[in-house]
Design a protein around this ligand. Structure first.
Ligand SMILES: C[S@@+](CC[C@H](N)C(=O)[O-])C[C@H]1O[C@@H](n2cnc3c(N)ncnc32)[C@H](O)[C@@H]1O
Length: 285
């Protein structure tokens, strides 16, 4: 496999990686069983490979670090439905005359992923509580959306609302787009690395849920420029306040993280503390 190229004068120890080497590592990652079906965006792979091969002077250490970073970013341990089966289930739900069938399908999608599963007991109050602060949005960005678009039936939004979702997991994005189409919505989900390419759609509200701490793990200091780049009036950032096993209370740690991200900023921030999720409502303009 490709190795590291050092600068030719040998004085500068900072390693660099050639385009050919980046391409070869991308091919290797895409062929891994774990990622073969996911069609990970090139922008993501290029960013992580370049960062880790610049940080490490040994190529096997660099590749190990790339694999660890990707594992944390993609987070397969949070859960997935079987996508072809979910698509068939969705078709059956939309063909069923009982309108409850689509709600049941959405619930099963929400429960397939830990981030949305934890929110199910709160569904009836969660989104209305957010809109009490922001007002009912006309345009929403759902950033690093996971399965959250399947919570749309509980968001109580007018049919004219425009909803743009973003994720890097191709089967998830495709299923969400099929759901939008079957629902008759003109909304869209985009297959994109939003850290490399922050969405530039102007919106009333952006939801960035349970991902800010991971952005900081991927690249320390990543959140603040990302928040700045978004063209939204309200940025709602949430963090989980109980560990995945539910055994630890993370509330102080997460509040401290958000304070450190927003240090020196004058944006107004209001908090909503739900049972297992802390939402920071940042008024950007
Ligand atoms: C922890 S889950 C949160 C899902 C959702 N926001 C929620 O709270 O229900 C993280 C999701 O973000 C996606 N993701 C992580 N990094 C991303 C990035 N840079 N660009 C787009 N999506 C990303 C993952 O694929 C995964 O679906």
């Amino acid at each position: 496999m490709p190795g590291i190229r050092e600068s030719s004068d040998g004085m500068n120890k900072s390693p660099s990686i050639s385009e050919e080497e980046i391409q070869a590592w991308m091919v290797k990652i895409r062929a891994m069983r774990k990622y073969r079906q996911l069609d990970l965006p090139e922008s993501l792979l290029r960013d992580v490979i370049t960062a880790e091969f610049t940080r490490h002077s040994n190529s096997s250490e660099a590749f190990k670090a790339v694999r660890e970073k990707l594992h944390n970013i993609i987070a397969p341990y949070l859960g997935d439905p079987n996508y072809p089966a979910a698509q068939a289930e969705m078709e059956r739900a939309f063909s069923n005359e009982n309108p409850n069938a689509v709600h049941q399908f959405c619930l099963s999608m929400l429960s397939s992923h830990a981030s949305t599963r934890e929110r199910i007991p709160l569904l009836n109050k969660f989104y209305p509580h957010l809109w009490q602060i922001t007002g009912i949005p006309q345009t929403i960005l759902d950033l690093a959306c996971g399965m959250q678009p399947f919570a749309l039936p509980w968001m109580e939004l007018p049919p004219s609302t425009r909803y743009f979702a973003y994720d890097l997991h191709r089967p998830r994005v495709d299923l969400i787009n099929q759901f939008f189409e079957r629902s008759g919505f003109s909304d869209r989900a985009y297959h994109e690395d939003i850290l490399v390419n922050p969405p530039q759609v102007e919106a009333d509200v952006a939801l960035f849920f349970k991902e800010a701490h991971r952005f900081e793990q991927r690249r320390r200091g990543a959140c603040f420029p990302f928040f700045q780049a978004l063209r939204v009036r309200w940025l709602l950032v949430s963090l989980p306040i109980s560990s995945l096993k539910g055994t630890r209370n993370l509330e102080d740690r997460q509040r401290h993280l958000m304070q450190s991200i927003l240090t020196g900023q004058t944006w107004q921030v209001e908090e909503i503390c739900f049972e297992n999720e802390l939402v920071f409502c940042i008024h950007k303009s």
